[in-house]
Design a protein around this ligand. Structure first.
Ligand SMILES: Cc1ncc(COP(=O)(O)O)c(C=O)c1O
Length: 393
């Protein structure tokens, strides 16, 4: 199978697995224990903090290990809601992941807060003027660094500075950016930043939260006081070690500009599809996007049908829109970008990883061409009946 769904998840890097293994076998002790064996485990956790911090130019004590990216996002929103004082508004974008949107909805229910979803332009980038106006009287602002569907990178430096000028705490969901594009928390006044390991070759079930030094933070999980009291619970040691190792590997790649190779492959894939297949449209900003993501629409083909055929032909990717119970609904991201429902229903998200090869990309182009031709030859363009298709984020 050719895997082109790396924004959903990535495979664990062999060197990450190798680093983790001793902490699943010999070094299984509780890091909080007093004997020497536990010290080795504690040291491994400390190293992971250093490695994750280095990837985003933070200090190790600004990093809190969490159970996933969703937890990092939720924990920040929960804290900021609890210390909101008389400010009641959450400012976010219309294209956030559900790990922000659904938690904000819950805060409307539980805390009587309001949410302002700032729109994006047709390139999928935040409307900074509308965002600036929305910040008045806000308790918090949360804007994603890169979008999971389109890969479009948001104007985070400006968004963070505007929030800072307005005295509003600023969080960014950088889960689709960290490890793929340079992220430097010293360059911008970011207060909180979320990371997820499985998006860059660490295992699933481990994430991190950057909390700027000096920022107040109250944890969501209280108990044994691990992670300097900011996230209690006996540590997922092997997962944390894996996250650290993956961070180290990605930093080395980014420093050496190795991700340029992924970008070249992604561009090669797009160039071939745009020139060899009729009726293909590329969605989202070309200038500001992660190197690994391509969001394309195939006129006259329903993504649901395309995905089934592609799976049959050995290619795994995602629909560009969330489609459920046979009734395809354009995703909120595409709606916000003003993409027509027909175009949205016919779009695919293709996302590469460091393991993707040129041969795989070329074979995927052939498979996509075959699937598109087959669907177009069937009346109605879909070629399949009602099906359930979910986009994995
Ligand atoms: C932008 C974004 N935010 C949050 C998440 C959730 O991360 P996790 O799967 O680690 O909970 C994902 C991935 O699913 C994502 O792409």
């Amino acid at each position: 199978m050719i895997y082109l769904d790396s924004n959903a998840t990535t495979q664990v890097h062999p060197e990450v697995l190798e680093a983790m293994m001793p902490f699943l076998t010999d070094h299984w002790h509780n890091p909080s224990s007093g004997y020497r064996a536990a010290k080795k485990v504690r040291e491994a956790i400390e190293l992971a903090h250093e490695q994750v911090a280095a990837l985003i130019n933070a200090s190790p004590d600004e990093i809190v290990m969490t159970g996933c990216g969703t937890e990092s996002n939720n924990a920040v929103l929960a804290f900021l809601a609890n210390q909101r004082g008389d400010k009641n508004k959450i400012v976010t974008s219309a294209i956030e992941h559900s790990a922000i949107l659904r938690y904000a909805d819950a805060l409307v229910e539980s805390h009587g807060m309001t949410v302002e979803h700032v729109g994006v332009d047709s390139d999928g980038r935040l409307d900074l003027e509308a965002y600036r106006s929305a910040l008045g009287g806000a308790a918090m602002a949360s804007v994603m660094w890169a979008n999971n569907e389109t890969g479009v990178i948001q104007p985070i430096a400006q968004a963070a500075e505007l929030a800072n000028d307005a005295g509003v705490p600023f969080h960014t969901d950088a889960i689709q950016a960290v490890g793929k594009t340079p992220v430097d928390v010293k360059e911008t006044p970011i207060d909180f930043l979320s990371i997820s390991g499985h998006k860059f070759h660490a295992p699933k079930g481990v994430g991190a939260l950057y909390i700027r030094s000096g920022m107040r933070f109250e944890p969501m999980l209280r108990g044994g006081g691990q992670e300097q009291g900011r996230r209690s619970g006996t540590e997922n040691v092997a997962g944390i070690v894996g996250l650290g190792k993956a961070a180290q590997l990605m930093k080395a790649r980014l420093d050496d500009d190795h991700h340029a190779g992924i970008e070249k492959l992604r561009d090669h894939l797009e160039t071939r599809l745009l020139s060899e297949v009729e009726g293909v449209t590329r969605n989202g900003s070309l200038e500001f996007r992660t190197a690994n993501t391509s969001h394309l629409s195939f006129a006259g083909c329903e993504a649901a049908g395309l995905l089934i055929l592609l799976d049959e032909y050995g290619v795994q990717c995602s629909a560009g829109s969330a489609c459920m119970t046979g009734k395809q609904q354009p995703s909120h991201v595409q709606v916000a970008m003003g993409i027509s429902p027909a175009q949205a229903k016919s779009s695919l998200r293709i996302s590469l990883s460091i393991f993707t090869t040129q041969d795989e990309v070329d074979a995927a182009v052939e498979a996509i061409q075959k699937a598109v031709n087959k669907l177009r030859s069937v009346q109605g363009g879909s070629g399949v009946g009602p099906v359930q298709v979910f986009t994995s984020d």
